[in-house]
Ligand binder design. Structure first.
Ligand SMILES: [Mn+2]
Length: 241
C-alpha cells in the first residue's frame, strides 16, 4: 500500500504555497494514493479564484487517475460538493492497521474551548500585518508563544496516540497543529505533516515497507531554483515525557 499524505493547504489563503503543491502532485506515480488530511480549504464557503482554483481542478483530475481521499478538517468542514471528480470525502481514514489518518481537530481540547481568545488573537495578528508586520499565517505567529503552542500540540499528539492505541493502530498521522513532527510515544508512532502555509513544506511518504516524513527543499546545486526532495528533517525521536 503506497500513499502520499499531506495536510493544511489552506487553499484560498494568501499563504498557501500552491506552485510547490502542483509540482509535488504532478510527480507522484499513479500507484500512490493521494490523501489530503484536512484544512484543504481555508474556509468551506469561500470563493476560490485563480491560481488556487487551478489547484482544485488539479485535485479533481488526479482523482480520475488514482485514489484521492479528502479528510475534512476544522477549516473545510462542510465543503462537500455534489460532484468533485472521484474524490472520496471522509472524516477519518486508515491504511490497514498500519496507519490511522485523521486531521486532529477532534483531539484538540484547547482551541475549541477558547474560541473567543482565538478570535481576538487572530484579529490582533491581522491588525499587526496591516500595520506593517511581516505577513505570515496566524499559526506561524502563534509559534512565538512557545509554551502555549507546546501545550496545544502535545494535547493533540497525546489524544491521537490514545485513539490509535485503543483502536489497534501502530501509527497515527495528523495535521491541524501546523507543526511537523515524527515521534514515538508509549510505543505508538505519531506523525504530523505540518502545513503548506509556511516553509519548509512536508508530506508523509508511505511505501510497502516504511513511512517517511519528507521535506521539500530547494536543490543546493540547481541554479534554476527548482524544488527537489531532501531527507526527512524531523527525524524519528522517542518522546521522553
Ligand atoms: Mn490548519
Amino acid at each position: 500500500m503506497k500513499a502520499v499524505i499531506l495536510s493544511d493547504l489552506h487553499l484560498g489563503s494568501r499563504y498557501f504555497f500552491y506552485e510547490q503543491f502542483e509540482g509535488l502532485i504532478k510527480n507522484i506515480p499513479e500507484t500512490y494514493e493521494l490523501i489530503l488530511n484536512g484544512d484543504i480549504l481555508d474556509h468551506p464557503h469561500q470563493r476560490i479564484d485563480f491560481p488556487h482554483l487551478q489547484v482544485l481542478n488539479l485535485i479533481q483530475q488526479q482523482s480520475r487517475r488514482r485514489k484521492v481521499v479528502w479528510i475534512t478538517g476544522n477549516h473545510d468542514n462542510g465543503y462537500i460538493p455534489e460532484k468533485f471528480g472521484n474524490v472520496h470525502f471522509k472524516s477519518v481514514y486508515a491504511l490497514e492497521k498500519r496507519l490511522l489518518i485523521v486531521h486532529g481537530h477532534d483531539f484538540d481540547e484547547i482551541m475549541p474551548r477558547n474560541q473567543a481568545f482565538m478570535r481576538v488573537f487572530t484579529m490582533l495578528h491581522k491588525l499587526r500585518v496591516r500595520l506593517g508586520a511581516k505577513p505570515v499565517h496566524v499559526a506561524k505567529y502563534a509559534k512565538r508563544w512557545k509554551i502555549f503552542y507546546k501545550i496545544l500540540r502535545e494535547n493533540v499528539m497525546k489524544n491521537a496516540i490514545e485513539c490509535a492505541r485503543r483502536n489497534g493502530y501502530q501509527a497515527v498521522v495528523c495535521g491541524h497543529t501546523h507543526f511537523p513532527e515524527d515521534i514515538v510515544y508509549h510505543g505508538i508512532r505519531y506523525i504530523n505533516t505540518g502545513a503548506w502555509t509556511e516553509l519548509p513544506l512536508y508530506f508523509l511518504l508511505v511505501t510497502d515497507h516504511e513511512m517517511t516524513l519528507k521535506r521539500i527543499g530547494e536543490c543546493a546545486d540547481d541554479r534554476s531554483g527548482r524544488l527537489c526532495l531532501v531527507g526527512s528533517e524531523r527525524r524519528l525521536a522517542t518522546y521522553s515525557r
